[in-house]
Design a protein. Structure first.
Length: 200
């Protein structure tokens, strides 16, 4: 399995800050996420929306690729992650999820292998989390189809992929901490996760 971190968002709700560079456990958040992913992945890449972002993240020294259609949202970033993959399975994560879990990813990859599904997407706290999920790299057929139709919505992509859904109860049963889908969107979210770190 390989890892892909989508890091090309604009972070508007965070005041335009690059969320992936927020300090977390003594390192930029993306570094913490990448080292956790490296526990299960032979390679972890970053997918960004512009050369400027690629430069901004260059000090992380991760293989970096551009979106298929730069800046047109996570679906085109996911397409780039899948087409650039060297392995049949891709663990995808947003860059703002501090508690990514190798245990959860392994479990999802195992379910994928057993079931023959195209992808495994967790359904936690009442919603699907397609940016913390495991996909077969050949799901690029579906991402491309959506892009060609001008479709940008991840939920429309999921309708086409028909992933196996990892239910909250199943995840809990195998002892997976549901915080692996927690993400940081606002200064308040960050402050909750890194107490005492007051944003401007
Ligand atoms: N490569 C790439 N990643 C993206 C793009 N849009 C969003 N992402 C990533 O997808 C994840 C979820 O993004 P959101 O939090 O919904 O959007 P955001 O742009 O980061 O933040 P807001 O502007 O506050 O909505 C984050 O890891 C983003 O960096 C894009 O166009 N390209």
């Amino acid at each position: 399995m390989e890892g892909a971190i989508l890091a090309g968002g604009s972070g508007r709700r965070m005041g335009g800050l690059a969320k992936g560079l927020l300090p977390f456990e003594g390192a930029p958040l993306i570094r913490t996420i990448a080292s956790r992913m490296a526990a299960r992945c032979n390679r972890v890449s970053l997918i960004v929306a512009s050369d400027k972002q690629a430069e901004e993240f260059a000090m992380l020294k991760l293989p970096t690729r551009l979106d298929f259609l730069p800046g047109s949202g996570p679906l085109s970033a996911l397409h780039s992650a899948l087409t650039g993959a060297e392995e049949p399975l891709v663990w995808v994560s947003a860059c703002d999820m501090p508690f990514v879990s190798p245990q959860a990813a392994s479990w999802m990859a195992g379910r994928l292998a057993e079931s023959g599904a195209n992808a495994v997407v967790p359904f936690v706290h009442g919603r699907l989390h397609p940016l913390q999920a495991v996909y077969r790299s050949d799901c690029s057929v579906y991402t491309r189809e959506c892009i060609d139709r001008g479709e940008r919505r991840m939920m429309k992509l999921l309708e086409a992929i028909r992933p196996l859904v990892a239910e909250e109860s199943e995840l809990k049963e195998v002892g997976i901490d549901l915080s692996f889908v927690t993400n940081i969107n606002t200064p308040e979210d960050y402050d909750r996760i890194v107490p005492g770190y007051r944003m401007g």
